[in-house]
Design a protein around this ligand. Structure first.
Ligand code: CNA
Length: 268
């Protein structure tokens, strides 16, 4: 069940107007997203009621369990075959607005914790989307490192048994970061550089409790950037943010984009 849809209140409208001012003045803008930007696309987040941890055992997403347990790998493969979470998900108003900021020349990059590929689907330049936790679209062999699209592997292996790497027979794993795994080094380094060098960072839909990803807004603020947080519920970084908007991402981001467009065309 997508979350959100709460009507924007007057106080939020005033905050949105201030965010539009900040974006109009900023030169280097970064958007930082989490699972909350995708709940309106029908993908549950981790921690809200009905979220992923109410349906799956987090232990199955630790690298140790994945490597040591054929049953866990079978469970994961069945999950991929079912494809229910990500397969048909489409970008929502928040993703579209974020892509709209890029189209206006008002976005350096998106740093995302999401693995759902929806920023790219919405039209953001893939080379400006830093995926800190990987992407479900890809499968990687843990032995030879070969990376192939999940769709190809699914087409070749429609059976219920877990496939092995076509090149070396090694263990195949979704190319996403499991608990206990390091984040992709280069992506993390470039995302950190972008966060430190920006002058405006907006968090959209993240509880900001998963590290090292949640350092990004802190780095930006420490380096002197303005920090805005759009999230349904409070986060630990609210106290250092310049503006916090507790409302649904789709509606808020749509209004922000509209305001920026009006500002750029000189109509506001
Ligand atoms: P999280 O900890 O589940 O927090 C999500 C936050 O979003 C919560 O604080 C919610 O209040 C908020 N939220 C939910 N819906 C909305 C909405 N419509 N508008 C605004 N805010 C909303 O997720 P984080 O991303 O902070 O945690 C990091 C994890 C979650 C990363 O490892 C992700 O890979 C992982 N994850 C990703 C996806 C995805 O790719 N779509 C889905 C589920 C989990």
């Amino acid at each position: 069940m997508p979350q959100g849809g709460k009507m924007i209140e007057r106080a939020a409208e005033e905050k949105i107007a201030r965010v539009v001012d900040m974006i109009a003045q900023a030169k280097n803008i970064v958007v930082f997203t989490g699972a909350g930007v995708s709940t309106e696309s029908g993908i549950p987040d981790f921690r809200s009621p009905g979220g992923i941890w109410t349906r799956f055992d987090p232990e199955d997403f630790t690298i140790d369990r994945f490597l040591s347990s054929p049953e866990t790998r079978l469970k994961q493969w069945r999950f991929l075959l079912a494809g229910d979470l990500f397969k048909d998900a489409l970008p929502n108003a928040a993703h579209t607005a974020i892509a709209g900021l890029e189209a206006l020349g008002k976005l350096n990059c998106v740093i995302t914790q999401n693995i759902d590929n929806l920023h790219q689907k919405a039209g953001n330049n893939p080379s400006h989307v830093y995926e800190l936790h990987g992407n479900m679209k890809w499968i990687r062999c843990l032995d030879c490192g070969a990376r192939r699209p999940l769709e190809e592997i699914l087409l070749e292996n429609a059976s219920a048994s877990v496939p092995a790497c076509g090149h070396c027979g090694g263990i195949l794993k979704p190319d996403v970061i499991f608990f206990g795994e390091a984040l992709p080094e280069e992506t993390l380094a470039e995302a950190t550089r972008q966060a430190v060098c920006c002058d405006f960072l907006i968090v959209v839909g993240s509880s900001l409790v998963v590290y090292p990803a949640a350092y990004m807004p802190l780095y930006a603020k420490q380096a002197g950037a303005k920090l805005v947080i759009v999230n349904l519920t409070p986060t630990p970084a609210d106290q250092i943010a310049d503006i916090v908007i507790n409302a649904a991402a789709g509606e808020v981001m749509e209004q922000i984009l509209q305001g920026v467009k009006e500002r750029i065309s000189g109509c506001a």
